[in-house]
Design a protein around this ligand. Sequence first.
Ligand SMILES: *[C@@H]1O[C@H](CO)[C@@H](O)[C@H](O)[C@H]1NC(C)=O
Ligand SMILES: *[C@@H]1O[C@H](CO)[C@@H](O)[C@H](O)[C@H]1NC(C)=O
Length: 501
Amino acid sequence: MQPLQSLRIGAILLWGLGVVVYGDTECPPKPYRVVCYLASWSNYREGSGAFNISYIVPDHCTHLVYTFAGLNIGGGIDSLDYYNDINVNKGYSKIVALKEENPCLKVLLAIGGWNEGSEKYSLMAEREATREAFADQTLRYLVHYGFDGLDIDWEYPTMRGGIPEDRENFVLLVQSLRARFAPRKKLLTAAVSASKQILQDGYDLPRLCEELDFINLMTYDYSSNVKATLDAPLYGDSSTGETIDTTIAYITKTGCPMGKFSLGITTHAKTYTVAPNRLMAPGINAVGPGQPGPFTRSAGSLGYNELCEMLKPNRTAPSQWVVKSLAQNAVKYAYRDDQWMTFDGIETIGTKVKYAMDKKLGGIMFWTIDTDDFQGDCHSEAYPLLQTALRMLGYVKKVAQQRGQHPAIGHRSTVAATSTPVPVPVDQPVQATPEREYEQQVLVVKGNPSEEKLNDEIRKAIRALLGPEQSDQVQIRELKNEDELRRIAPGARPIGVRLVS
Ligand SMILES: *[C@@H]1O[C@H](CO)[C@@H](O)[C@H](O)[C@H]1NC(C)=O
Ligand SMILES: *[C@@H]1O[C@H](CO)[C@@H](O)[C@H](O)[C@H]1NC(C)=O
């Protein structure tokens, strides 16, 4: 046998019903979008909180959105971090490369975000010449880096340094972009605030709906800064009197097709420092933001991957976290001493996804996938929040109750190598655990022959293993390395390894 690096690994994926044909250029429409935002700076985080684009499972999401590009002095789209996006870490090309593993995946670039503010965008959108120049340069930028579209995250038209005319100018900007994008089939989307006031003042939704492929609702940030309040309540009380349900009710009245909207779900907790009080219920006064977490290091918020670790019971700690689940609001909160947080967990996300389906929205949006528990440290699976949503949408049929389903896990020494579906270095069938049911089985074939011969050998091996009838349903895919196999078939059961020479 040759060293692994020089081997080609062929994999045979045996799928159950609902077969997906890899490599097929036809992408059957999925009933719901799953729009996943990536905070591109997440790879700068500490320790096991540092994210890597290679941890993304390319068929978890229908759309990936890379955040954020900005607006440069010339009024064009530009990277805000050349080191990370282009020159050294090559974030752009790495995220776009995920399409090779899932040709149906759409990868968009987002422009804007909170830190970019509003004033630059207001100025650019103000005149036809600058709008047209932006549309033209943006299209060339997207094509150059291989993105499928643009997501506009102007926060927000008419506010934060904007002018009242932004509402109209935003529509004109979107029209310019649409006109440039349409012949090239580039997607055009936007993220909008969930606040009724901001929606009314900043967005002419009926006209935006006509131009945009879809709109991501940032249905969180309902909390107040002066009181510790719920950040993303589905129903009930919030500091503003608004909830996800009142936002959706408002959207319904605009006359836009509900399928245009994706319901935003956040993997970030909002945190407060409070004056400890016997009554730690929502509404108590905040004295400041909560303490920063070990990964995100930002006062006032925590990633789910940070908080789920913190909330684990700890017998040696002097005091314990109290976690409350408000089923009627579909939100959770937790407190210990002077720290208080509002967040979404497994159950509340399940409720919200079901709500999105009941309201006939076009899908869901995750802000952000890099703060989900991508290491699988808390609930015995990687990406527990995203997986919960995928199960609710019917995209994941069964749970493989084991760790190590995901490449993100591979670099953690705590995970046994045997739990991954990766090639086992013997030419014997692998012992399967009988009580587990899996969606996929995978026969790994290692070898270094010509491509044709490899396929021939694989076909023979399948027929021998499964008989002629079942072997017809088998998908063959040649893979460059083991990582790729783990990504396309996380949780798959190895049914054997054959060597072909
Ligand atoms: C990200 O993952 C890739 C592939 O596994 C690896 O080569 C690279 O060094 C990682 N990058 C960082 C910043 O850890
Ligand atoms: C448990 O609490 C102790 C005391 O506060 C702390 O030193 C330790 O790091 C905690 N353990 C974990 C796993 O968080």
